[in-house]
Design a protein. Sequence first.
Lengths: 347, 294
Amino acid sequence: MGDKQAIRAGLRRLVPLAILLGMILLLVPLGHLGDIVLERRVILALLNLVAVVGLYIFMGNSGVLTFSAVGFMAIGAYTSALTTLRPMMKQTFLPDLPHWLAVLELSALSGTLLAGGVAAAVAAVVGWPLMRLSGIAAAIATLSLLIIAYIGLGNWTAVTGGQTSLMGLSTWVKLWPAALWACAAVTVAFVYQETRWALCLRATREDEVAARASGLRPVPLRLIAFVLSAFVSGVAGALYGHFLGTLRVESFYLDSTFLFLTMLVVGGKRSLTGAVVGTLAISLLTEVLRLLEVGVAVGKVNLSAPNGIGDVILAAVMLIILIFRPQGITGGREIGQVTGSSRKEIP
Amino acid sequence: MGNLLQILVDALSLGGLYALTALGIGLIFSVMRLANFAHAEFITCAAYALFALSGSPLVMSLSAAVVVAVTLAILTERVAFRPLRDADQATMLISSFAVSVFLQKVLIFAVGSRAKPVDPIPALAQTFMIGGVQIGVLKIVTILTCAVLLLALLFILKRTRYGLQMRAAAEDFTMSRLVGVRADAVIALAFLLSGILAAVVAVLYTAQTGFVQPRLGVQIVIMAFVATVIGGLGNLWGVVAGGLLVGMGSSLLQAFLPPDLRPFREAILFLGVILILLFRPNGLFPSRGLKERI
């Protein structure tokens, strides 16, 4: 009897994960319904989801603001590109590569995992000292990291091609791979946040002093989340590269940082559901705005919004949600969480 | 020797610009704990005001720049930041980021993203010689303006009633409200001063670079932002020192780095920033009021 209850309780804990994975998989038939443009938009939304989940793993659980996630995406993207490009292509575009890298040609899967691994390794090295910081100092330090990654990759011409685009990546990221990787990212984040480490980290988020007094050490706890978050971000970067087929350092800077932060904050930065809901909501909104810019045929008249208004509305929505609902759409709750819903949330 | 003088003038004028920008951010931070990223757009919009009135008399274009920046500053405070006054620092930072992006997108929407030429004060383009070295009038004017503004601000803060109230609010906001400081007025004043500083930076910066574009403010503000943090948020002198430090550091790195490494100049600078933060998380000159009490 006791066993059964324990199993049932264990299964019940998985309900939020099941619902989230269901939501993601529902996007696949949606992508098949429409034209090629819609399909690409769905894939992009799924990839954004991987990136936002990467951001969430650290920011959501630790409560520390970070700007460096996009930098780790850039590291992942270039790692995967450099290790999976055909040696012939590398000779044309990057003649100055070191020999061992120039002849290396990994499979898509190992290239993607390596992308996450390299990003995680960098995060482990730079994160160890940085994890002591919180608040504004952490924000500025991680912003500095992002800028260093941007300038470093943008000027390291021998390896990254510098300011020119890196072309010729194999474009294997279609609808199904994107959906599966998104599911994998959500699963990783979910399993992590059910672990002891994540619960302890959330305790330091709610009240750092009380958590310290209870014997928790924030630095190693944060570092675990930071490294895992960098791994997922690195994978997200690699997926972007193999979706677009070309890489530019410009795509991994302030604009995308703002987009991912928007998605996470709009959804609710304190729950995984928030990350998923926020990404889907903002993706839907951008899609609607794009359609409006293209124009809607009403009868014989083609109504279209002026170009560029989409970005303005997007930023305005972000601002309005922040002002009226600082905890985001989900308010920090997980979807379908039976035990959590009756309990009062700590603000 | 002569070369050294030129490098020093360059370093001081860039440092002064960053110090003024950092001061605009620091003023607001010290009264309401908001790290205001949208300061960038105060500068950009003032610069566009200069562009719009570039044919007209100097007085008109300069006062238009000030009016635009101040109006924008007070408006954003009222609409976006006042409702969030009690939110945590991270939420406020993200919201100022959102305001910044919003204004930037509106600008791009309204005027396009291409850079446009502007020359707010043509007279400043002249140069003169000191000891065989050519020095731009603009550089000297920049340094002098920064010095005068810093002194003026010091006077306001130390010698007037409003300055006293602002310093009290910076020290302990709740306590100062309890003894009768009007919070809304003090915050509005901080935004007003910050808007004026932004307008001045816009004039000096566009005079140096000669063009306006929607991302103009962001470049300065990222540096100034970093400067306020390493100087010590909440401490105005620390903020000025941070601005000078970052500007001079950037300028000196440009002058003395070997050419191969020059593209990485900012990366090196930001590495220094991270190092400073690691050893002094509250900045080089931390303010006393910043420490959280339990």
